[in-house]
Design a binder for this molecule. Structure first.
Ligand code: APR
Ligand code: PHB
Length: 397
């Protein structure tokens, strides 16, 4: 069976479901094809920090109401190192911006609720997705649903199918250039139904990195750096809380309210970029084109900024026939991607203990952190990057 539509989107994570929703509001028909079940996508615990630009994109898309009610707005975040007092990096004071704690899980629920209300077409549990004729005027995808082969033909195919997805594979090696960096440690993350610390805190301690974050007033999200060879079974709750509170230092560690973990997982850290983000009428957005280590909280924000640019390009195409924005999409998106890739990489280098780290490496880290503490220029630069560089296309309602 062949279905035809304007835009076929592979992947119903935040990138794919936000794109389909924005297109729907502009009267552009799309079908979203997702490998997993809806409940599986909703249960994944992911990021939780929104740059202000992302907040504005979600509001403009009409999916910001619950975020505005439940999200926690922050003026800045703290860094702590070498057993000293925390340094609060004031984003509001430095660049007049804020960021918001609001979990990706919640955003995903908000987007699926909006899709249900719209009647947008989603196909879940679609196996063996393949992209065909990406450079033709009528690209298509095929997939298996309940064992039957199905085909969707469209004007455009959008790959929002994450790092392991099918879309990027459809771009020939002669066209696609990839850049990759792996880090020699992972993050063990836990969720606990305890009141969080008021601010986000990033800690560089001789035992390794730690991060205190939050989802809501009774849900905390914490991470500690761990070896890649560790399993979650190696980390009892007691071991986790002891590592976290030690690494945060006594001023903050003593304030952590501990309790049973309700989720525990280990994730590796990686930087990855695929260029270009367009091949003919196939476009990539979100994790399908780039991965960042979570240190700068940029992964979800980049997915949202890609969708912001790409939706504007598609709206111009269907509205006025102007393809200028679509033609600029890859270059424009990649400028923002590389800015966040560079920031996440430098913050990862600054805040973690690397295997084999020498006394020289450690002094270099401490010197850079001391410079950050003493220089208003350095703090302004950190604030500008943490809050996200401005979009090249302003957000309009
Ligand atoms: N066919 C169909 N769907 C696929 C395929 C495939 N071959 N491969 C992957 N998918 C689906 C995944 O099941 C997932 O639901 O694509 C979706 C991709 O979603 P995400 O991985 O959440 O990626 P994205 O929407 O780009 O959002 C990026 O999510 O991973 C976090 O840290 C990341 O916060 C960032 C955000
Ligand atoms: C999170 O809350 O999950 C989080 C916060 C900040 C980060 C990374 C993850 O840098």
């Amino acid at each position: 069976m062949t279905i035809t539509t304007n835009v076929v989107i592979i992947g119903a994570g935040p990138a794919g479901s936000l794109l389909s929703h924005i297109l729907h509001r502009a009267g552009i028909e799309s079908v979203v094809v997702e490998r997993s079940s809806r409940s599986h996508v909703l249960e994944r615990i992911r990021a939780g920090v929104l740059e202000w630009g992302s907040v504005e994109v979600l509001r403009a898309a009409g999916v910001g109401d619950r975020m505005d009610e439940e999200g926690h707005v922050h003026d800045g975040a703290s860094l702590v190192w070498a057993g000293g007092e925390p340094l609060f990096l004031d984003i509001n004071k430095n660049v007049g911006s804020h960021f918001m704690s609001y979990g990706q899980t919640r955003i995903q629920e908000d987007l699926y609720d909006a899709a249900d209300a719209n009647g947008t077409s989603f196909v879940f549990e679609a196996a063996d997705v393949e992209v065909h004729d990406a450079t033709s005027d009528r690209p298509s995808i095929t997939f298996r649903k309940n064992g039957e082969l199905e085909r969707i033909e469209a004007d455009y195919v959008i790959g929002c199918d994450g790092y392991h997805g099918a879309a990027r594979q459809a771009i020939p090696d002669t066209v696609l250039r990839t850049f990759e960096k792996e880090y020699p440690f992972g993050w063990l993350g836990i969720m606990s139904e305890t009141p969080p610390l008021p601010d986000l805190v990033y800690a560089n301690h001789e035992q390794g990195f730690a991060l205190a974050s939050q989802r809501n007033p009774m849900l905390s999200r914490y991470y500690v750096q761990c070896p890649l060879t560790d399993n979650v079974e190696d980390w009892s709750d007691d071991r986790f809380w002891s590592a976290l509170t030690t690494r945060l230092g006594s001023t903050l560690g003593d304030r952590v309210v501990t309790g049973p973990s309700i989720e525990k997982s280990i994730a590796p850290l990686r930087s990855f970029v695929a260029e270009p983000m367009r091949y003919g009428n196939l476009f990539l957005a979100g994790d399908a084109a780039h991965i960042v280590p979570p240190t700068g909280a940029k992964g979800l924000n980049l997915a949202i900024s890609d969708v912001h640019y790409l939706s504007r390009g598609l709206i111009d195409h269907y509205g006025s026939g102007d393809d200028g924005t679509l033609e600029r999409y890859s270059d424009m998106a990649l400028r923002r991607v590389w800015s966040s890739v560079m920031f996440s990489w430098s913050l990862t280098n600054l805040m973690h203990r690397f295997p084999g780290q020498t006394a020289f490496d450690q002094r270099a880290q401490e010197t850079e952190l001391d410079y950050l503490a003493s220089s208003t220029h350095a703090q302004a630069s950190f604030a500008e990057q943490y809050s996200g560089i401005p979009f090249e296309i302003p957000v309009t309602c």
